[in-house]
Design a protein around this ligand. Structure first.
Ligand code: GTR
Length: 383
């Protein structure tokens, strides 16, 4: 019995304040002027933060939509026992360094009124996750469940855009669009390349009459989650961004996070971010931005962040705190952010505001429970 007051005292000590964490304030401009309206956010602060993230973290894409880009619908056929139409689409593009393509697999519900809202998945693990025949029904992409809920769903394999290993930026879209001799310290890395790829897939989704491109949710797990957030920052056409366990340089605030740190991620994945990011190895406090400001770049759109209880490497507390610190920016739009100040218990999703959050019991993974929470949140706002 005697231990109760001590536990209460400890928990209040652990309620973090922005000042204790030495966090950069998203609502102060580079020249220290307070940002007090949604207009100032969109016209002044958002562009400043985007530039800071391009310069220091993810790097700068050399191109948006290439002039030479075409779509080929290679298949359109009934699937999933008649509950959906499956389309296989190839997007071809070319640039100074050659040609490339990304294959998209899309399932559109047969029922319900068109155009449908759509969940687009960054498929960054096994190609089997996006088996078009659905013989392999990985929970990573639960297509039938998504269709049953009335959403279309598409996926693309991130390696089509850029293979996930360090080769000095000579393959993937870096080969096609970069001038190798001119590679600068703020040139895009692989995460920014994948984010660029998500935008090219959205270009196709915009052209497909079965889909409502104004209601597309981009979902990414882990390195895919980092990518979903960066894609949402760069491309405001995405209506909802979902970061599942994105951790370091994803949703988690770098200054407070445990587990993976900037030095480690740059060492193990030297191709993910821009070269300038390495200046902050072991120097999290010197970064001119932090990841809650990346989350804030999604405002006023829908954002969903999820964590897993055993995923200490990604750090659920630092991911959740980031949603709290991004919430004042949603307030400028008169929207509620995450709607809680402390980490919720596992399996108690927060869905009252425009930022959703849940903690799932278990390990680092993207599972059906996670998807069902994303869809519950989307149902409230996207239907
Ligand atoms: C880890 C990496 C994390 C996360 C993860 C994943 O090895 O350290 O940042 O991205 O991979 O993508 O599953």
């Amino acid at each position: 019995m005697k231990t109760t007051p001590i536990i209460l005292l400890c928990s209040s000590l652990f309620t973090m304040q922005a000042s204790d964490m030495n966090l950069p304030n998203p609502l102060l401009s580079n020249d220290h002027r307070p940002i007090t309206t949604s207009q100032e956010w969109m016209q002044v602060r958002r562009p400043e933060l985007l530039e800071l993230f391009r310069d220091n973290v993810y790097g700068r894409a050399p191109i948006q939509r290439p002039e030479k880009m075409t779509y080929k619908v290679e298949e359109s056929a009934p699937a999933l026992n008649g509950s959906a139409v499956r389309k296989q689409v190839r997007i071809d593009f070319s640039g100074p360094g050659g040609d490339g393509h990304v294959d998209v697999i899309l399932f559109v519900p047969q029922k319900g009124s068109r155009p449908h809202p759509c969940f687009l998945l960054l498929s960054n693990r096994s190609i089997k996750d996006m088996d078009p025949s659905r013989t392999n029904q990985a929970p990573f992409w639960p297509v039938q469940e998504i269709i049953n809920r009335g959403y279309a769903t598409a996926a693309f394999f991130t390696a089509d855009i850029d293979p996930d290993f360090h080769d000095g930026f000579t393959n993937g879209v870096h080969r096609i669009f970069d001038r190798p001799a001119a590679r600068k310290p703020d040139a895009w890395g692989t995460i920014a390349a994948w984010a660029w790829g998500a935008s090219r897939v959205l270009d196709y989704l915009e052209a497909d009459k079965n889909l409502d491109a104004r209601r597309v949710a981009l979902v990414g797990h882990s390195r895919g989650g980092k990518t979903a957030l960066w894609a949402g920052a760069e491309d405001q056409r995405f209506a909802m961004l979902v970061s599942n366990e994105s951790g370091c340089t994803g949703a988690a605030i770098s200054r407070i996070k445990e587990g993976e740190k900037i030095g480690g991620i740059n060492e193990h994945f030297p191709h993910w971010f821009c070269q300038n990011y390495r200046k902050f190895n072991g120097r999290e406090n010197d970064l001119p931005v932090d990841q809650h400001e990346l989350l804030a770049l999604m405002a006023p759109r829908l954002l969903y962040v999820s964590s897993a209880s055993e995923d200490k490497w990604a750090d659920p507390k630092a991911e959740f705190q980031s949603t709290v610190e991004a919430s004042p920016v949603y307030k400028l739009f008169k929207l509620e952010g995450v709607g809680a100040q402390s980490l919720p218990a596992p399996e108690h999703p927060l869905t009252s505001g425009h930022i959703g959050y849940h903690l799932r019991t278990g390990k680092h993974d993207l599972l059906e429970y996670d998807w069902s929470c994303f869809m519950n949140f989307a149902d409230k706002f996207m239907k």
